[in-house]
Design a protein around this ligand. Sequence first.
Ligand SMILES: N[C@@H](CCC(=O)N[C@@H](CS)C(=O)NCC(=O)O)C(=O)O
Length: 301
Amino acid sequence: MTMNDFAKNQPSGYQPPKVWKWAGQDGGEWTSINRPIATPTHEKDLPVGEHPFQLYSLGTPNGQKVTIMLEELLALGHAGAEYDAWYINIVQGEQFSTGFTAINPNAKIPAMMDHSTNPPTRLFESASMLFYLGEKFGEFLPAAQPARAETMNWLMWQMGSAPFLGGGFGHFYAYASYKMEYPIDRFAMETKRLLHVLDLHLADHEYLAGDAYTIADIANWPWYGSIMNNAYEAAEFLSVEEYTHVRRWTDQIAARDAVKRGRMVNRGLGPLEGQLRERHHADDFVNNTQDKVEARGGKRI
Ligand SMILES: N[C@@H](CCC(=O)N[C@@H](CS)C(=O)NCC(=O)O)C(=O)O
């Protein structure tokens, strides 16, 4: 370890103990769900609807990737992509049930089952789901090289970079219970570098893998598009409008109907008419948005 001036540590004088112990440490807004262990907290089976795909998720950027992909496939007429989307409240720890961790041992949304296979196939990690769906339906994943490799390059780039945006920048800038200059500087620097990587690439590519819209765009848009649109209320802080090509790509993808639908599914924040907590039928976008469900005293139709 590098030598340091303990008086400058935070809190002042802090020295890491020899062995770290769990003592309910402050994790800002996420304190109640942070745990250093991976065992489930409670017994509970998950509901199963009638469609081939059963999605257990929440409308965060990682959740939106999958609902956008499913809505894009349905828009192309792939009835086999019909799905039930169940709402998992991660703040209340619903991801730690026995039913959920049987699908995703990592206890994070999204988790999904494909019941059209025998036995059913479990899916965890959003990129794994996008790749699985892209292969299964032969869509949004180019068959020919080099476009296929380029799609996978940008898909994996998204998976590697998102923790710096969310767990890094978002956590320290927006969620931590007090502001610390060092991590905010470190992760703002990295977030801006990642935006610049994207901007340079999109300057001469319409989409991430080239001319065609692919799972690489579907994975990246919920993260980088939301940063462009003031996620963590940090658009000004990060000077996002410098990234003009990312702005063009963000707005172009946001205009797609399947994207507009996909980002409503399992959403628990924002205007009630933009939240479709559970999705079981295409009609739910008309009948069961949260404003209408609440006006009926919680009843779905
Ligand atoms: N690499 C995972 C990340 C999933 C993830 O971080 N999910 C978050 C919400 S966006 C979660 O479930 N957090 C709950 C927890 O940490 O307990 C993926 O892309 O699927």
